[in-house]
Design a protein around this ligand. Structure first.
Ligand code: PGA
Length: 255
């Protein structure tokens, strides 16, 4: 455990991945409409839809406590990069954050820590919060390398000018994503403590305010236990964020 408990407002972010058509905006609207009833301890709530829905979701969220994030951005502000979107475009579409370095991007698109850092820096350049994902594979965990891996990924993927206001770290063990498996609570706590110490080493004391989310098979029935752990400041939720009732149950567990 770190010396002082962090008093940061937690964040529950839904990552819709490559799911969602216009009709899915109804689920976002249901989440939006439930937020005022959650009380003063409610976490920040964000939905990260596919890029095709960013603008429409920003319209759904306008004037409410719901915020919007993208799932990726290109490092450059504009240019000849067919199929990519820049952090500036994400901002222009009405988002306030962008996920970078998700393990599915690292695996599907060969993204290395250096690119992830460039994307996080692009997010900061555009005035967005970067949600930087890190986490070990099953093989790395079995080999006892988890803490080394997350320290290395943090060192290489976090821009040195990051602040508590523009950086969120998501610890997502690759083997826990979409599998229904989660690490033991003590293991989650150990990794989050390591991330906090590492962040303080890189960014100074202000890093106590950086939110560290847990992600990987967060569900309504395990959210309360995971979210109560030290240095767990919220969750990045994939599959369970697609249904408003499940996502709201996780949000309630963070309140
Ligand atoms: P999951 O995905 O909740 O479906 O495991 C989490 C994530 O990849 O962010």
């Amino acid at each position: 455990m770190t010396d002082a408990p962090s008093r940061v407002r937690s964040l529950v972010a839904g990552n819709w991945k490559m799911n969602g058509l216009e009709a899915s905006l109804n689920a976002a609207a249901a989440v939006r409409d439930a937020l005022p009833g959650l009380g003063a301890n409610a976490p920040g709530v964000m939905i990260c839809p596919p890029a095709t829905l960013l603008t429409a979701l920003a319209a759904v969220a306008a004037g409410s406590a719901l915020t919007v994030g993208a799932q990726d951005c290109h490092p450059a502000p504009s240019g000849a990069h067919t199929g990519d979107i820049s952090a500036e475009m994400v901002k222009d579409a009405g988002a306030s954050a962008v996920i970078v370095g998700h393990s599915e991007r690292r695996a599907d698109h060969g993204e290395l820590d250096r690119i992830v850092r460039e994307k996080a820096a692009a997010a900061h350049r555009a005035g967005l919060t970067a949600i930087v994902c890190i986490g070990e594979t099953k093989g790395e965990r079995l080999a006892g390398l988890t803490l080394d891996v997350v320290r290395r990924q943090l060192r290489a993927s976090i821009p040195s000018a990051s602040t508590a206001a523009n950086l969120v770290v998501a610890y997502e063990p690759v083997w826990a994503i979409g599998t229904g498996l989660t690490p033991k609570p003590a293991d989650v706590a150990e990794v989050h403590e390591t991330i906090r110490k590492s962040l303080i080493g890189h960014l100074g004391e202000a890093a106590r305010g950086v939110r560290i989310l847990y992600g990987g098979s967060v569900k309504p029935d395990n959210a309360r236990e995971l979210l109560a752990l030290p240095d767990v400041n919220g969750a990045l939720v994939g599959g369970a964020s697609l249904k408003a009732d499940d996502f709201l149950a996780i949000i309630a567990a963070a309140a």
